[in-house]
Design a protein around this ligand. Structure first.
Ligand SMILES: CC(C)(COP(=O)(O)OP(=O)(O)OC[C@H]1O[C@@H](n2cnc3c(N)ncnc32)[C@H](O)[C@@H]1OP(=O)(O)O)[C@@H](O)C(=O)NCCC(=O)NCCS
Length: 161
């Protein structure tokens, strides 16, 4: 399977929302009720939110990359700076495409962006019940930093570049 990677474009917004909803339904099926999943995806992937992500990606103050196969979006990753720290804000691959190296390819590409910004480390705040996501981050070299918590359900993991 040929997978291509490129930065977010405005035309991607409706498809990103569909991929986000499918990924969230899978990832958080035992964590959040479906109503909450739908509400959160609608809020976090609104046109307004995506335009902000798109504009900061164009300005190179953030990085929103999508993975495509046969011109369909199959995953994405978004890195941004928040409160002075670089953060892997979200990474989602459609379930049928898991374990094919796409997540790690997105992480590698994101780290290239971070190095270009002279970042020395970056953070991620997975849901504490998303054990599979946490295992992925650990495989990618993230280490838990118990002194930093976003809130009680989101532990902080940190990777030194
Ligand atoms: C987590 C996720 C992004 C990983 O992407 P992926 O394309 O499946 O990952 P890769 O194929 O690049 O895997 C890289 C390595 O990480 C490890 N890994 C990946 N997913 C894993 C999992 N669920 N459990 C344990 N290890 C995992 C494996 O060692 C894997 O190497 P291998 O396949 O050669 O054994 C993807 O599974 C996903 O979208 N999950 C749902 C959303 C999510 O949890 N996002 C993160 C929280 S915000």
């Amino acid at each position: 399977m040929v997978v291509q990677y490129r930065l977010l474009q405005k035309k991607d917004f409706p498809e990103i929302r569909r991929v986000a909803l499918e990924s969230w339904r899978y990832t958080y099926r035992k964590i959040y009720p479906i109503k909450m999943i739908k509400e959160r995806v609608a809020a976090y992937y609104s046109d307004q939110g995506l335009i902000k992500a798109y504009q900061s990606t164009v300005k190179k103050s953030a990085w929103f990359c999508i993975a495509t196969s046969r011109r369909k979006i199959i995953g994405y990753s978004h890195i941004r700076k928040r409160k002075g720290s670089w953060e892997l804000f979200r990474i989602y691959i459609l379930p049928p495409f898991h374990h094919q190296g796409i997540g790690s390819a997105l992480v590698r590409r994101g780290e290239k962006f971070l190095r270009s910004k002279k970042a020395r480390k970056y953070l991620v705040y997975p849901n504490s019940r998303n054990k599979s996501g946490i295992r992925f981050y650990q495989t990618m070299g993230f280490i838990q930093n118990p002194s930093k918590y976003q809130d009680s359900t989101h532990p902080c993991f940190e990777k030194v570049l």
